[in-house]
Design a protein around this ligand. Sequence first.
Ligand code: DX5
Ligand code: ZN
Length: 222
Amino acid sequence: MNSFKTRVLPSVLSADFSKLEEEIRSVEAGPLEILHLDVMDGRFVPNLTFGPFIVKAIDKLSDRILDTHLMVREPAHLVPAFAKAGSDWITVHVEACEDLGATLDVIRDAGAKPGIALNPDTPLARVEEYLGEIHLLLLMTVFPGFGGQEFMAEVVPKIEEAAAIRAKRGYDYLIEVDGGIAPETAGLVTRAGAELLVAGSAVYNHEDRPAAMRAILDAAGA
Ligand code: DX5
Ligand code: ZN
């Protein structure tokens, strides 16, 4: 797949888990390549969601790429279980890891592709030394914890900076944004250099999910 192609990644956090299979099929009917799975531990973030058990169920339901966003303090010991459950990409927060380099190694050793996530107020300089070895860089456009929050436009210069460093050094990490992504904000982030657009409420709060996904891609100029 062309790695820098713009894609919309529905976050199943905003789905109705009482009918999970239907909710997954509804986005598979649209331009779906990657599902975004939000794992929260109640410590790194105040909210608590799900673990490998549910990832395994989702993996059974869908053959798409599972992009797993771990909002978990010191996640290394859990990484093998997520990889085994079907997580293809595993992203950890720099703010949550004592030894980020070792945690990325654990992800690779488990057979998954590693990503680094940054909170809105964490500068890119914190992770610069790892940018040559990751599959994706997730720039949070809200403080993680809950779906449905307002997009933080102040993160846009960091997206531009990440894209400039990538071009200058010939790196190939994907730039992902997460939080408040909707048709109103999609153009802003793709013009800045992002290509993976995570969207929870902007997809799942609409009856017609394929249309909601296409509206985001259209607004992104994809
Ligand atoms: C926030 C999560 C997001 C969230 C996005 O902590 O990482 O993936 O579900 O939801 P929306 O698109 O509604 O902001
Ligand atoms: Zn997320």
